[in-house]
Design a protein around this ligand. Structure first.
Ligand code: NAD
Length: 259
């Protein structure tokens, strides 16, 4: 039975991933903030270095140092209390888990990790924000300070997803030689509490509601989880370092000439 860690397991896409992986025969170790939530085996705040380390330590203990899968879903959106917090969870809360659990994954059976990115990573200008370089350099204090000074949560969100996708692409090249896979799933709008909060936000709600994919609807968490389950399975054994858009055609609409 493969042992797979899922972060952000209590809600939305993470909860759907837990359901589909459980059904596929995985032993799932869920990580989220609230002890009372469902699918939560390890309570940790992934926005802080101490919380991330406690999560890594608790996973190593529970899996006895041998892990087969990791799916990083935990994330916050544009309604987060601060722009810096968006980077703390969406970039540093992901990379600390991927790095911290890499040796346990190296001991696993056909190990595979996956990061939930976003179609927002392709937003024009996200790639050229100076905070991206600070994230990729691992300079959390600097990156958070830049995001807070800029005070534009939508830019921080897009930049955090761009940076974490670049991190994954770089890591994939190194991991391949060890037989460890790493992919990114980039969802478009998906009906979850995070998306609902964005739609209700007075600053961004109208823009979020107007940004409709060619398929004419938002996705369901199960539709993202199905791709995650496939990528984590042996059927996807040759898929590595890829960014899979599951977005109802949003990326094709916005960037028809880039692929
Ligand atoms: P959600 O709010 O339903 O779930 C996110 C989960 O992450 C929650 O359970 C939350 O408690 C957890 N989390 C947040 N901060 C945390 C922290 N500091 N420590 C531990 N856990 C924390 O949202 P969702 O839409 O399911 O989001 C899942 C992922 O999908 C996120 O990375 C998000 O950026 C990404 N995404 C979502 C959409 C969308 O439209 N819903 C689109 C693209 C990408």
């Amino acid at each position: 039975m493969p042992v797979t860690v899922v972060t952000g397991s209590a809600s939305g896409i993470g909860a759907a991933v837990c359901k589909v992986l459980n059904a596929a025969g995985h032993r799932v170790i869920g990580i989220d903030r609230g002890a009372a939530d469902t699918n939560v085996d390890i309570v940790a705040d992934l926005s802080t270095p101490a919380g991330r380390q406690s999560a890594v330590d608790a996973v190593i203990e529970r899996c006895s140092g041998v892990l087969d899968g990791l799916v990083c879903c935990a994330g916050v959106g544009v309604t987060a209390p601060s722009a810096g917090l968006i980077l703390a969870v969406n970039y540093f809360g992901v990379t600390a888990l991927v790095d911290g659990l890499s040796e346990a994954l190296a001991k696993g059976k056909r190990p595979a990790a996956l990061i939930i990115g976003s179609v927002a990573s392709t937003q024009p200008g996200a790639d050229s924000q100076p905070m991206v370089a600070a994230m990729l350099a691992g300079n959390e204090a600097d990156a958070r300070a830049q995001a807070d000074v800029l005070g534009a949560p939508h830019v921080a969100y897009a930049s955090s997803k761009y940076a974490v996708t670049r991190y994954a692409r770089q890591k994939a090249v190194v991991w391949g030689a060890r037989g460890m896979r790493l992919n990114v799933v980039a969802p478009g709008a998906v009906e979850t509490p995070l998306h609902q909060a964005s739609k209700e936000d007075p600053r961004f709600g109208e823009a979020v509601k107007k940004f409709v994919a060619p398929l004419g609807r938002a996705g369901q968490p199960d539709e993202i989880a199905a791709m995650v389950a496939f990528l984590q399975s042996d059927q996807a054994a040759f898929i590595h370092g890829s960014v899979m858009f599951v977005d109802g055609g949003m990326d094709a609409m916005v960037r028809p000439d880039r692929f």
